[in-house]
Structure formats: C-alpha cells, structure tokens
Design a binder for this molecule. Structure first.
Ligand SMILES: Cc1cc2nc3c(=O)[nH]c(=O)nc-3n(C[C@H](O)[C@H](O)[C@H](O)COP(=O)(O)O)c2cc1C
Length: 130
C-alpha cells in the first residue's frame, strides 16, 4: 500500500469517481494519508461527493504520473474519530484554514477491500490488494 500512497502523493492530483444513481461523477482530489495502516481520504460533509459516498460507498480513483496510471477501486468507510481527521489535517496544513478535526463538516474515509492496479503502455498491469 505504501507504493499506492507514494504514487498518489507524487502525482499530487487524482480523480475520484462516485456514482449518483446511474450517473458517474468525477472530480479532482488530493488528500491521501496513511493512518493505522489504512489509506484515508478527506472531504466535507456539505459536498455532493460526500452525499454520494454515503449513498453508495463504492468508488474508484485514478491518478497519472510519468507514463503510468494507477486505479484504486474499493469501498470507503467513514471514520468519525478525531485522531484520523487530525492526522489528515497535520499532513495537509493548507486545509487547516478551511477544516478542523472538531468541526461538523470535516470527514475522512478509509479504503476497504481495495484493489489497486498500476498500468502503463509498456508493462503488464500490476495489482495490489489492501
Ligand atoms: C487539485 C485539487 C485537489 C482537491 N482535493 C480535494 C480533496 O482532497 N478533498 C475534497 O473534498 N475536495 C478536493 N478538491 C475540491 C473538489 O474537487 C471540489 O470541491 C469538487 O467540486 C467536489 O466534488 P462535488 O462537486 O461532486 O462535491 C480538490 C480540488 C483540486 C483542484
């Protein structure tokens, strides 16, 4: 999983796909943090993306860097504890002007049953499960 997190951080931006009914939705995301051995992402409860995840937690993300792309498909699980929120905001100090671990908006999710696939035009895909 460390390789997955490093790829996401090096790419800086990944695209998070959710579903809303039968309509895919996708947007840029950047947060990725390992806490207690799990890959967490962060959002705000006021956002449509949050509402979509709560309605259907199956998501996929995609990032591209140096001719290689990574897809991570899995199920997001909300973690309401302060500690993973604080760890996330410590990892992304720029978010601290908009979010705090104690506010009613900040939320973090970790990936469960995730399948990460590294692909390129020159090599066979490699799959990692975590
Ligand atoms: C480079 C980049 C990174 C972003 N990272 C995040 C993120 O980690 N979490 C988040 O909630 N929004 C992030 N955003 C903002 C979301 O893309 C934006 O709020 C989007 O509209 C949310 O999707 P929604 O409109 O479907 O709710 C980022 C935006 C950009 C441009």
């Amino acid at each position: 999983m460390e390789r997955v997190v490093k790829f996401l951080k090096d790419a800086e931006t990944y695209y998070l796909a959710t579903v809303e009914g039968d309509q895919p939705r996708v947007r840029p995301f950047g947060t990725a943090n390992v806490f207690e051995g799990k890959l967490y992402i962060q959002t705000g409860k006021v956002k449509d993306v949050s509402k979509q995840i709560h309605a259907n937690p199956k998501v996929e993300i995609c990032a591209f860097k140096n001719g290689e792309w990574l897809r991570v498909a899995g199920t997001l699980v909300e973690d309401e504890r302060i500690e993973p929120k604080k760890a996330m905001l410590d990892a992304y100090p720029s978010l601290q002007s908009m979010y705090s671990a104690e506010d009613s908006n900040t939320e973090v999710f970790y990936f469960k049953d995730a399948t990460a696939t590294f692909s390129s035009f020159t090599k066979e895909p490699e799959t990692v499960k975590f």
